[in-house]
Design a protein around this ligand. Structure first.
Ligand code: NAP
Ligand code: ZN
Ligand code: ZN
Length: 352
């Protein structure tokens, strides 16, 4: 074990505070990483504030990690000291169940499912996993990603969660040129959804509750922008979408969006709000054989594919860099949908 340090939520309603803790030594298959940047996901906020059940305090969030390898285990083959790497939402899984075998580690069927980068049981330390709001981390090379070297590193960090969580459903539901695709919510996930759906050639319509984001949405790649609170604007798009990706982080009426799908269209939910959505209308679904679906991050191989795709197409997140000690203020702004479009912590600002 070695000592490292980070920032932890001490309880659901206390501000973040510096926190020293132990990481395991580098095992045969591990890489030790000095964290350079960590993105701030709304899931970090849900967890730190106890909005989802099961947060163990102190909680060190952060699952959009980019850093440099400082040590590799004797059996490591994919990475070398000095290399740039990424770590996303998972640090391990059972590796033997059908989902793991098929490369869908996020749907691991082993006991407890995949091991999250934070707030999951840590078999090495006997405690819980601590995430990327910290100086260093030790991760099995099988859950470590290669980072494209041509991109701005800080702006790559959010690809590790916001990027893959939107890439995976867009790929799974085969979004392509000639299709009309809706993205709901222009936050961290939503802005990556806009960029990726546009890169896949779709006609992209962004739905937002924030009138102030209309111009940005177009700059990010949306062909049309709809203020979802305006029923007249919404009605113009009835029965017209092949696919809608809904990234909203709060409970809301899903029917206003399912009604926009064509016959056989699908709306996939990725937001996990603290309070449940009102039950959706069944008639809205059955009369046009529409589908309501969900999707969870993406597998490791698909995450690498997404990073390589972003490297090739020059796609990164639009970020606002913050200091580690600005994290509470960043959370307050995230709650107000005031993020353009992902906060990233510069880990050089984290003092021992
Ligand atoms: P975010 O940056 O806070 O963006 C969420 C966006 O939702 C906001 O910017 C806002 O967009 C919209 N919104 C917020 N409150 C709303 C309300 N009351 N009604 C309508 N729209 C509202 O959050 P994020 O990091 O993108 O995460 C989004 C959600 O996905 C979170 O619940 C997070 O936990 C979840 N998540 C899921 C996965 C997965 O694997 N499924 C992975 C990562 C995150 P506008 O201002 O444009 O309306
Ligand atoms: Zn996330
Ligand atoms: Zn498994």
């Amino acid at each position: 074990m070695f000592k490292t340090y980070g920032y932890a939520a001490q309880s659901a309603d206390a501000p973040f505070a510096p926190f020293a803790f132990d990481r395991r030594d580098t095992g045969a298959h591990d890489v030790r990483i000095d964290i350079l940047y960590c993105g701030v996901c709304h899931s970090d906020l849900h967890t730190a504030r106890g909005e989802w059940a099961g947060t163990v305090y102190p909680n060190v969030p952060g699952h959009e990690i980019v850093g440099r390898v400082t040590e590799v285990g004797s059996e490591v083959t994919k990475f070398k000291v000095g290399g740039l790497v990424g770590v996303g939402c998972m640090v391990d899984s059972c590796r033997t169940c059908p989902s793991c075998q098929e490369g869908f580690e996020q749907y691991c069927e082993g006991p407890g499912g995949f091991i999250g980068t934070y707030n999951a049981p840590d078999k090495h330390t006997g405690g819980v996993t601590y995430g990327g709001y910290s100086k260093s981390i030790v991760v099995d090379e099988a859950f470590t990603l290669r980072v494209p070297e041509n991109l701005d590193l800080a702006a790559v960090a959010p690809l590790l969660c916001a990027g893959i969580t939107t890439y995976s459903p867009l790929r799974h539901w085969n979004v392509q040129a000639g299709q009309k695709v809706g993205i709901v919510g222009l936050g961290g996930l939503g802005h990556m959804g806009v960029k990726l759906a546009a890169a896949f050639g779709a006609h992209v319509v962004l739905f937002t509750t924030s009138a102030s984001k209309v111009e940005d949405a177009k700059r990010l790649g949306a062909h049309e922008v709809v203020i979802s609170k305006d029923p007249q604007q919404m009605a113009k798009h009835a029965n017209s979408f092949d696919f809608i990706l809904n990234t909203v982080a709060a409970s809301h009426d899903l029917d206003q969006f399912t009604g926009l799908l064509k016959r056989d269209g699908t709306m996939t939910l990725v937001g996990v709000p603290e309070h449940a959505h009102p039950s959706p209308s069944v008639a809205n679904l059955i009369f046009k054989r529409r589908k309501l679906a969900g999707s969870l991050i993406g597998g490791i191989a698909e995450t690498q594919e997404m990073l390589d795709f972003c490297g090739k197409h020059g796609i990164t997140s639009d970020i606002e860099m913050i200091r580690m000690d600005e994290i509470d203020k960043a959370y307050e702004r995230m709650v107000k949908s005031d993020v353009k479009y992902r906060f990233v912590i510069d880990m050089a600002t984290l003092e021992a």
